[in-house]
Every structure is written in C-alpha cells, then in structure tokens.
Design a protein around this ligand. Structure first.
Ligand code: MTE
Ligand code: HPA
Ligand code: MOS
Length: 768
C-alpha cells in the first residue's frame, strides 16, 4: 500500500499547524529569549514593549496561575525564567499581540539586566564540578577488573560526538483555542499529545480534562518534539486561557534553532582488551553526556546509551558508566537513536583504535565479535541475533572483497583522490526503555454504511505510521483501504498516549488497532454465524464478503454491518495494548527491556579529494533486518532518510556554541545538512526477511531509528580514505568529520610544522 498521505502531500493539501484556518480574533505570541547563558536577572523592563502597537499582554512567570514547571522526568525546568537564566535562548517572557509582526517587534523592546554567572559548556568540566542531572549509572557484565591481565592487546582512547540540530521542516508551534467553561482546544506540533496536555494544564493549574490536544500531523519531529513541543503549547494555552482569545505561536527557524535542544554531544573514554584471537574480552567505557541546562529526557537517553554501549558485539566483561552533565546549553533532547548512536560510535572507535594499532582492517575484529543468539547483553537480556545473517549476506551479496580490491587499485593509481571503505553493523533495541511507557490504545468505529474510522495515539510525522495503522484495520476486516479513514491524534479520543517515539509507534498502536478490529470482527462473525446457522469458526471475512467453509456467501460487508447494527451489535471498540514480557530492574541494572532487537550491516564507500578535503559518499550497500516488512516502500524510505540523517551527523552538521554558550550555527547558512549532492550516489537496500516470531506488528520490525546508525560507517570510511593518503596521520575520534578536519588530518605533519613556524614567528615578533 502506498503512503496514504502521498496524494495530499504532492498537491500541497496536507494539513500542518500553519494550515489550520485561523479564527477571527486570533492573537499571536512570541517568546523573549535570554540573551546570555547564565546569570541572575536583576531587572526586567517590559514597559516600552507594552506600549508597542498591537501588544495585548506580556506574560512573565508572575502571570502563571499554576506551577511554573515543564520538567518531564525531573522538575527542574521553569516555563519562563524567574530569578535565574540557565541557557542562552531560555524564555523569559511571552508577548501576545494582534499580529505576528507586532509580537516580534515588541519582543525586541524588552530590556533585561542580568548579573552574569560562570558558563560551562563542557560536560567533563561540569562532571568535575559535580554538576550532574542524575546520579551516574553503571552497567556491568562479567568481571572487567580481573580480565585485563588475560588480554593480549589493550588499547585506550577518547571519542567525541557533537550534537545535531533536528531541523524538522515544520518548526515548533501551537495554537490554543478557548472553549466554554474554561476548556481549551490545543493544536500542537507535538510527538506527545499527552505530555503537551499535561504541561499546559500544569501551567494553567487545571485538571487534564480541561484541555484537548489535537494533532493532524507533523512536518517532522525526529525526537525534537517528544518533549520540547510542550513549552510552546503551554505558552499558547496560558495566554488563551487568561485572555479568552485564540493564541498562536509558530517559531521562526532561527528562534527554533537557538531556543530548542538538540542531540546530546558526548565525550567518552574507552579501554578495550582483546585476546590472541581478536575476541574482545574486556571493555570499559565512560560517557560524559552534555545534557544542557535542564534534565528534559537526558536521564532516559543516558540509559539508552548504556543499553547500546557494546553495539552488536558480544563482550563478556564490560563496565559502562555514564554521567549526565549539567551545562549551560539549551536542554538537549531526544534525537533519532536516543543516545544509542553516541554509544555505538565509541564502540566502533575502540575497535578502530585496536585495528589501527594492530595493522588490521577493523572489519576483521568486528566480524569475530558479532553476537549470536543466546549471548548476553550487559543488561542481562539474551540476544535473538541476526548479526551474522546480516553481515554474511552483505559480505557475499555486495562482494566486499571486490569492493576493497577496487578501492585499493584506485588508491594506487590516484595521487589526490583516495577511496575508503568501512563496514558498519548495527543492533538496536525496540521498546521504550521505561517499561511503563510501552502501552497504547486505539478507537475503531464502524459506521452503519460500512465505512470505518480509526483513532490511535500514533503521531504521523512523515514516517508513514498512519498508513500502517490503516493496513492493520484493512487486513483484519479484509476491506478496501478506501473504506477506512485515519483520524487526527486527539487526547479526547485516545487518552494518556506515550509519545510517538522509540521507533515503537507502529508496534504499540498497531497492536491496539489489531485488538480493536479483531474484537469487532469477532462480534460480527458470531452474529453472522448465527444467521447462517453455523459455528463462528466456520465463517471468515474475506475481500468484503463473509465466507462460509471457504465459500463466498451473499453477505457482503455492507449488508453484514447494517444487519449487525439492527440487531444492536456494538460496532465500536476501544482497545488497549501493553507489550508483554518486558521489564527492567534499575537497582540491579538487569532485565529484559526490549521486545526485540533490529540488526543490519552497511558497507560504505567514499572518495576524498585530498587537495581540498571535500568528499563524496560513493555508495552505501546494506542488509537490513526488517522481520517481515508490512510496507517495503515506507520502510525503504525510513532506511534512506535515517541513513542520510546519520551521515549528516557524522560528516557536515557542525553545531558551534561559543564559550559564552551562544549558538553560532543558528541558521542554514552556518549549519549545513545533507542535500541531494551530499547524499550517497548509490544506496542499495537488501531486505533480510525473517520469519522469527517477534513482538512486532505483523512481524514487521520497527524501522524508524536503527538506520541512522549506518551513517557512522561513513565516518570510518572517510578515516580509511585519509589514511590511504597519509598513513602516519593521527586522527582523533571526533565527529563530525567536516572537510576542515579532513584537511587537517590529511596534512597533519604539515599543519604541525606550519603551526610551529607560526608560533616561532609570533615569538620572534614579541622579542623584536
Ligand atoms: N521519519 C520522518 N519522516 N520524520 C520523523 O520525524 N522520526 C524518527 C523516525 N523516522 C521521523 C522519522 C524518530 S526519532 C522516531 S523515534 C520514529 O520515526 C518514530 O516513528 P515510529 O515509531 O513510527 O517509527
Ligand atoms: N526511546 C525514545 N523515547 C523515549 C524513550 C526511549 O527509550 N524513553 C522515553 N522516551
Ligand atoms: Mo525518536 S528520538 O524516539 O522520537
């Protein structure tokens, strides 16, 4: 089934927040952000701004009738700053005016005086000063302390990854509309309607049933709207509630970039020990997560970093420790992979360090350490592994040996163009690591003419989840997709939803749709069996007809529904699904947190221009474990998008904060994301279709996040290309590998000499 949104998307008819028709009298909001990263507010002067044309009201924390708190996991984040600002871009006031332009003009007239306090942007410095969001966590398997002496080879190092801007095409925003008796309808570009509802109610100080959140779809979320849509929803709700007027706020791109958190940068230390057969028998790793100024989702992300600290390898002795460090950056948040990619980069860096030192290709170490079914992850769960299946299939299908030989031949005959090849195996756990979040609901109505409406807690953000929901209903009822409509995600129809996140949206909500449709179908079959004087087990729904003992009857879908209605059969169902089997004990740091894992292997080929430091990704050829894909077209789209997003993170996307904590890469002119020219010239996706029983909907494994991690392969392929040009170069593990860093690595000795010469010249100048 093709994506049900493709028609309205291509015609420009799909509805996003900005497409909702505005009610007469709608007012517009704009936040006033802190100009500095850390300090005490000594004076806030809004008098001039209040006199600006069109201004209706300027809200500060003193205008909040409820609690000035939007922290989800930890209550450490005010909606509007009180006495202190903790990051540059932190909202201090919320201006509401008659037009967008007037609101933004008034923001510029607000004056604030702030006594600056020291600014920390480095997580290691924060950790050294004891500035932690939560106590450190440690995962342990085996006995790492007593295994080092058994190691033939031991290597240590550090690895750093930078953040990543979500750059959803639709920026953050919300539109709040007052209802009678102090109720509110809140349209929000949120991945988590429940969280946005809760945050808004808390700010206003009303129970949750006062606010209905409604979401048609998002123009992308990528994790950036899992938690960070709440602030804007709460601001609009606050203003609409107190002014009794509709209030809308849709952020400008530069404001969105400056005021919202990003993927967490991590700085990490590793120590890896191998035996004489290159088996990794010991791994110790310490992660310093740059959480930013408030907890947001950092503790959960920290946890997933630990879950993925060994990627897809079986290592019998592991100690992984993780610190969530409080700095003065905007609170960092969920981003596709949720801390997993950062951990996997460190693991690959450790293997690469070992391989470099031993004069081997990293793939030799990678391959012998892939996990097998029954191997234990550091958190106690046993693998049901497709790691070897994916790797072996990729190696054979794409002829890895030939790819290598071609690259070597190319490198021998080219002086200033060098090719590099890497293999990147992945393994990603599916389920919210917080077990209680693994639940979902669906509401299905069959109308008397046989048409069907489906509501779920799933948010459509481009990943195609609505199409999959429709497929589930169409399959259970065995009716044409045209008979089914997917409705908006709405907290009145579906309450208490988990965010659409953790790649688990289709699994959780799809199972709920399945349960709801199955319950209705069972009632229909019982009814028609009675009519046909037979047992329910002899009848079935097929291609819009009732079949009796495999034969088509006169009962078509429409007749069945109408007859059932007249016999007062319930044609509606609200179903609840909770993932079975999963649990996690945080005291022991052991359990079975994931419904299943997704595996895959990508082979990446790149070419580096060794004069200019620029590069191209020639090809990414991968084998991905889809289980039994229920929609190959959509799943392929997710692989391509995730891969390119991962390549962007690893190569060109460079977030720059200055020492004062100000974002310098705050627009698309200074923050480069992959375009069609920087996407791989070739992407080949081979489906590993497995029949293994899993907890996925129709055995179709979750696909949203895992492919991002194939992008890590590009980093290591670039490294190999650089080493083909300059074998002696020492390249720190420090992503992204921007063209500037490539140049520095290509000419490391020359750069060192130049630097020395320059410093000498400066010294001479000083002397003379
Ligand atoms: N694909 C598109 N087009 N847009 C998005 O915002 N978000 C990603 C991924 N793929 C995203 C996307 C993230 S971070 C997650 S967790 C999953 O989709 C969420 O959807 P799923 O659970 O249905 O896979
Ligand atoms: N993944 C994504 N989002 C989440 C998770 C998770 O494991 N836990 C809480 N929010
Ligand atoms: Mo995705 S980072 O779990 O929204």
């Amino acid at each position: 089934m093709k994506n049900i949104d493709s028609r309205t998307h291509t015609r420009g008819e799909s509805v996003y927040l900005d497409d909702i028709p505005l009610l007469q009298g709608t007012l517009f909001g704009a936040a006033f952000p802190s100009p500095i990263a850390h300090g005490h507010i000594t004076k806030l002067d809004i008098s001039e701004a209040e006199q600006m044309p069109g201004v209706v009201k300027i809200f500060t924390y003193q205008d909040i009738p409820g609690e000035n708190q939007i922290g989800g996991i930890i209550q450490d984040e005010p909606l509007l700053a009180e006495q202190e600002v903790d990051f540059c871009g932190m909202p201090i006031a919320f201006v509401v005016a008659e037009s967008n332009e007037e609101a933004r003009a008034a923001v510029k007239k607000i004056k604030v005086e702030i006594d600056p306090l020291p600014v920390i942007t480095d997580p290691r410095i924060a950790q050294a000063q004891g500035a932690l969001i939560v106590p450190p966590r440690t995962f342990i398997l085996g006995d790492v302390d007593n295994i080092w002496q058994a190691c033939t080879h031991i290597f240590e190092g550090t690895a750093d990854t930078n953040g990543q801007e979500h750059l959803y095409i639709e920026t953050q925003g919300a539109y709040a509309i007052p209802q009678e008796n102090n109720g509110l309808k809140l349209h929000s570009s949120t991945q988590s309607p429940r969280a946005t509802q809760q945050a808004a109610c808390r700010i206003i100080g009303v129970p949750m049933h006062f606010i209905e959140v409604d979401v048609t779809r998002l123009g992308g979320g990528f994790g950036g709207k899992e938690d960070q849509a709440n602030a804007w929803g709460a601001m609009c709700a606050l203003a609409a509630y107190s002014l009794k007027k509709p209030v809308k706020y849709s952020l400008h791109r530069m404001d969105d970039m400056a005021m919202t958190g990003k993927r967490h940068p991590y700085s990490s230390d590793f120590k890896i020990g191998l035996d004489e057969n290159l088996k990794i028998i010991a791994y110790e790793v310490t992660f310093y997560q740059n959480a930013g100024a408030a907890a947001d989702l950092s503790p959960a992300i920290l946890e997933r970093t630990l879950f993925h600290c060994t990627n897809t390898y079986f290592i019998p002795n592991v100690r992984a420790r993780a610190y969530s460090c409080r700095t003065h950056l905007p609170p960092n948040t969920a981003f596709r992979g949720f801390g997993g990619p950062q951990a996997m980069f460190v693991m690959e860096a450790a293997i690469t360090k070992a391989a470099d030192s031993l004069g081997l290709d990293a793939s030799i170490i990678q391959k012998v350490n892939l996990n097998k079914t029954g191997d234990e992850f550091p958190y106690g769960q046993l693998a049901v592994s497709e790691a070897h299946a994916c790797w072996n299939k990729a190696e054979e299908l794409y002829n890895l040996e030939a790819i290598r030989e071609k690259a070597t031949a190319f490198n021998t005959s080219n002086k200033f163009l060098k090719k590099g090849v890497s293999v990147m195996p992945i393994c990603f756990g599916i389920s919210f690591t917080n077990t209680s979040m693994n639940q979902a609901r669906a509401l299905v109505h069959v109308y008397t003419d046989g048409s069907v409406n489906v509501s779920t807690g799933a948010i459509e953000m481009g990943q195609g989840v609505n199409t999959k929901m429709l497929q589930v209903a169409a399959q259970v009822f065995s009716i044409a997709q045209e008979k089914i409509r997917l409705l908006t995600t709405n907290t009145t129809r579906i309450a208490n939803t988990s965010p659409s996140a953790a790649s688990a949206t289709a699994d959780l909500n799809g199972k709920a749709v399945y349960l709801a449709c199955t319950a209705i179908a069972e009632r229909l079959l019982n009814f028609v069996a009675e009519e046909l004087h037979t047992e329910a087990s002899n009848v079935a729904l097929k291609n819009e007809y009732v079949y009796l003992d495999g034969e088509r009857t006169e009962w078509d879908w429409k007749r069945l529904i109408l007859a059932a209605f007249l016999r007062r059969i319930n044609l509606s169902e609200h179903a609840h699904y909770a993932t079975p089997e999963i649990y996690f004990d945080k005291l022991k740091e052991k359990g079975h947190p994931f419904a299943y894992h997704v595996y895959g292997t990508a082979i990446t080929e790149v070419t580096v221009d060794c004069l200019r430091g620029i590069y191209e990704v020639d090809a990414v050829k991968l084998v991905h474990d889809f289980g039994t894909s229920m929609n190959p077209a959509i799943d392929k789209g997710q692989i391509e998008g995730g891969l390119v997003q991962g390549i962007g993170w690893m190569t060109m996307e460079e977030i720059v904060f200055d020492k004062a904590g100000r974002l310098r890469s705050n627009a698309l002119s200074t923050y480069k994301i992959p375009d069609i020219y920087s996407a791989p010239k070739e992407i080949t996706i081979e489906f590993l279709q497995t029949q293994t029983d899993n907890l996925a909907i129709f055995r179709s494994k979750a696909v949203g996040e895992p492919p991002l991690m194939y992008g890590i392969g590009t980093y290591f392929a670039l490294r190999n290309a650089i080493k083909a040009f300059n074998p002696a170069t020492q390249i720190p593990f420090d992503a992204p590998m921007t063209p500037e860093k490539v140049l520095l690595a290509l000419y490391s000795e020359e750069v060192a000499k130049l630097k020395e010469k320059h410093e000498q010249a400066v010294r001479n100048m000083a002397i003379s």
